[in-house]
Ligand binder design. Structure first.
Ligand SMILES: CC(C)(COP(=O)(O)OP(=O)(O)OC[C@H]1O[C@@H](n2cnc3c(N)ncnc32)[C@H](O)[C@@H]1OP(=O)(O)O)[C@@H](O)C(=O)NCCC(=O)NCCS
Length: 156
């Protein structure tokens, strides 16, 4: 699989179980339940989508957008598909969707010990704007990061 073979599709209710299984693998301490995904997807301010290869779900992401503000609700890539550009693809789509909804900034929270995610966000131009101490289980801080202004990636 290469990132060029991957397609982005809107997430639908019939994807929830598969996504919730991935969620358990990727966020074992604070995974969202099936019910939480249903509740998120029911809201008009949210947009959830998947990265798929044929029918296999490789990754998923969710956006909150209420102009002018947008938040990354979640972004995750299946362990077998990590390190191949899928996360970058999802992140660019989050930026594009936020722009399409007239948002001027994209904000997210990330565990301070999540090196892969921190590196991906920093590379894309996100800057740390705040720290929430002890935000996650076991006293791990959350870093609040922001991308502003919102622009498509150069070359897109
Ligand atoms: C964070 C995550 C989404 C990245 O997805 P991915 O498909 O592996 O990312 P990509 O292949 O597009 O890589 C993008 C950049 O992320 C960084 N990165 C990815 N994996 C990394 C690793 N193991 N170590 C350090 N940096 C890493 C690099 O900066 C990379 O750019 P480079 O390839 O030019 O070095 C993925 O690791 C993941 O799903 N992790 C578990 C869930 C999670 O933590 N989600 C984020 C919550 S805030």
């Amino acid at each position: 699989m290469t990132a060029t073979e991957v397609q982005l599709v809107p997430m639908r209710w019939w994807h929830i179980e598969q996504v919730a299984e991935l969620e358990q693998q990727l966020f074992p301490v604070d995974a969202w339940s099936v019910e939480q995904f249903w509740a998120e997807m029911a809201q008009a301010t949210r947009y959830y989508f998947l990265a798929v290869d044929d029918d296999a779900v490789l990754g998923y992401a969710g956006l909150f957008a209420l102009s002018p503000d947008a938040d990354v609700q979640t972004i995750a890539v299946s362990p077998r598909a990590q390190g191949k550009g899928v996360g970058t693809l999802l992140l660019e789509e989050l930026v594009d969707q936020a722009i399409a909804r007239n948002c001027t900034q994209l904000v997210l929270e990330v565990r301070s010990d999540n090196q892969a995610a921190l590196s991906m966000y920093t590379k894309r131009g996100f800057e740390q704007i705040n720290v929430r101490s002890d935000y996650y289980a076991q006293g791990v801080d959350a870093l609040v990061m922001r991308l502003r202004p919102l622009q498509k990636r150069a070359g897109q």
